[in-house]
Design a protein around this ligand. Structure first.
Ligand code: TXA
Ligand code: MG
Length: 325
């Protein structure tokens, strides 16, 4: 149907849903988000309900621009502004004290809020035209794999959720989470902005500890495919695959590419040598192995340097072995 401004665009339909208190899935450069208007209690409640996510697990507020830090946080230290300037729009979430404009429903009642400006033109247009930040977790059901394509969201939610299709996510794994609300900066979740990069700006970073605000990403069984994921040593994956009684696949880093015999090639996914490409391919590869119906996936972790640390973190969590990071 034509509106006075021409054909109804997907984004207009998405804005109408948001205004009616319905969540909308939208693309970001990391993974797809399931967003509600920050000022819509109904929309936020629906996000938790659709995901079957406990209300105590806070959502990230996706801002339209770095200057909105002044509206939605308080006492943001100069370091927050510096990092925002350097990395936004981009895959870095900052945990800061929240302003009164951020409702309890988004933060799980905590005095802090996670904020970032996503680097995807559709996300930025959606937020700008909504005129308010979007509170959004990743657009997957609780403890399932994050979606990096619109099809992944549709497979999880069917017709229940309107999906803005922005193509495959260019980053492929969730944002780095840096807590700036305490005495010293802490890395709560490794991601596309690496620890090494951040330490050049922030100095040595503490890691999450047991007293940290609860981050659902720190839950041991997070980001899991349906297949059982098992971590194996570089020397053991081949034997594990050949000896498995169940239908099994393997996911190995590029360093092992030369060790994959032709007979096993169809059930072995080798991650690309370039770590950014490996991160981009990671969830899509796990979604694909699930779609092919494997019961088990043997995984060899990549070396844990730079982006390799974030990739290893997600794989460890997929195996249910994620320690708090
Ligand atoms: O890349 C991303 O971060 C994606 C896209 C959609 O932006 N979002 C995402 O959201 O991964 P989610 O909800 O799946 O993970 C956000 C993490 C959760 O572990 C949550 O607990 C944590 O951020 N978080 C949010 N607010 C927090 C807070 N105030 N304190 C500590 N952790 C917080
Ligand atoms: Mg998530």
């Amino acid at each position: 149907m034509a509106s006075p401004r021409g054909p109804v665009r997907e984004i207009d339909a998405a804005l109408a849903r948001l205004a009616a208190g319905e969540p909308v899935a939208f693309p970001t450069e990391t993974v797809y988000g399931l967003g509600a208007r920050l000022d819509s209690e109904r929309g936020i409640a629906r996000v938790y309900e659709l995901k079957a996510r406990p209300r105590s697990h806070p959502l990230i507020a996706h801002l339209g621009a770095a200057r909105e830090l002044a509206d939605y946080t308080r006492e943001a230290p100069p370091l927050a502004w510096l990092l925002a300037e350097r990395y936004w729009p981009g895959p870095l979430t900052l945990i800061l004290r929240r302003s009164a404009r951020v409702p309890d429903s988004v933060t799980g009642g905590q005095d802090t809020v996670g904020v970032r400006v996503p680097a995807h033109p559709l996300a930025l247009e959606l937020i700008a035209r909504a005129g308010v930040p979007l509170a959004a977790p990743s657009a997957n059901r609780f403890q399932q794999l994050s979606p990096t394509r619109a099809e992944h969201v549709r497979a999880a939610f069917g017709d229940e959720v309107c999906v803005l299709d922005g193509g495959a996510s260019s980053g492929g794994i969730e944002s780095t989470i840096l807590d700036l609300s305490g005495a010293a900066p802490r890395l709560l979740r490794p991601g596309l902005v690496t620890r090494e990069e951040l330490e050049l700006v922030c100095g040595p970073l503490a890691s999450a500890d047991a007293s940290a605000p609860r981050a659902s990403g720190s839950h041991p069984l997070h980001y899991a495919p349906r297949a059982r994921v098992e971590l194996v040593d570089a020397s053991a994956w081949r034997h594990a695959l050949e000896a498995s009684r169940e239908r099994a696949a393997a996911l190995v880093p590029h360093e092992l590419a030369a060790e994959v015999p032709a007979a096993l090639a169809s059930s072995v996914t080798v991650l690309p040598a370039d770590l950014a490409a490996a991160a981009r391919a990671l969830y899509a590869a796990l979604h694909e192995l699930d779609a092919r119906g494997y019961a088990r996936i043997f995984v060899v972790l990549p070396p844990e340097r730079a982006l390799g640390a974030a990739i290893a973190d997600r794989l460890r969590r997929a195996a249910g072995r994620g320690d708090a990071v």
